[in-house]
Design a protein around this ligand. Structure first.
Ligand code: SF4
Ligand code: SF4
Length: 206
């Protein structure tokens, strides 16, 4: 799937997300925030200027969010900017329930924020035996690789596939190949490989 596909799932299918910032004591704090719109410049949400959340957004300019619906999950971390009243009427036209929460001109209490540079992860376990994962980015943000890959030390012995819960290792070639869109990052293959041929992308365990 392309970035637009993930953003459509985030804003139109799931819509309600949990957004994390840092409070005044340095602790993570979360609240539920609807993702209202997306376009090729980012993802848009609202908050009222009187909220602590607003102050945190203005000071920190960075959020992490997660959203779950059924067996689909999206996480997104990235930079936000206050764009004032830009897109406000468009957001109210698309998300009509907002017109009852903030009737008439009371919507002026709100400001629109855009997530303009971010990296995201998608996870779908609707078919548990064939999970699907993906990564995407906004604003040319760098996607940090994660998971595992198999090096030239592989001799095709089959030990890794025998313990892989998703059976997502292709042994039709040597070195074998892990399917990154189905791998759980569980690490079982690493533990059994007699050649130490399997390495973690990015070095750190995630
Ligand atoms: S266990 Fe190691 S050597 Fe054997 S097929 Fe898997 S990656 Fe290759
Ligand atoms: S990390 Fe787990 S799911 Fe991924 S290839 Fe290895 S055993 Fe399979």
């Amino acid at each position: 799937m392309e970035t637009g596909d993930y953003l459509r799932i985030l804003t139109d299918e799931i819509h309600s997300t949990v957004v994390a910032t840092i409070d005044g004591e340095g602790h993570p704090v979360t609240r539920c925030i609807d993702m209202m719109l997306y376009d090729d410049r980012g993802v848009y949400f609202l908050t009222a200027k009187g909220k602590e959340f607003f102050d945190q957004l203005m000071a920190q300019k960075y959020i992490s969010l997660s959203a779950v619906q059924g067996k689909k999950c999206i996480s997104l971390s990235g930079w936000v900017e206050n764009i004032g009243y830009e897109k406000l009427d468009e957001i109210f036209a698309k998300n009509t329930y907002m017109q009852a929460i903030y009737p008439g001109d009371t919507r002026s209490a709100l400001n629109v924020f855009r997530i303009y540079k971010a990296h995201g992860n998608f996870f779908d376990i609707s078919d548990p035996a064939h999970i699907e994962r993906g990564t995407f980015s906004l604003g040319n943000e760098t996607i940090h690789p994660s998971g595992y890959f198999i090096t030239d030390k592989c001799n095709g012995c089959d030990a890794c596939l025998s313990v892989c819960p998703q059976q997502c290792i292709d042994l039709s070639c040597i070195p074998a190949v892990i399917d990154p869109n189905r791998c759980l990052h569980c690490g079982r293959c690493v533990e059994v490989c007699p050649q130490n041929a399997i390495e973690r992308l990015g070095g750190m365990r995630r």
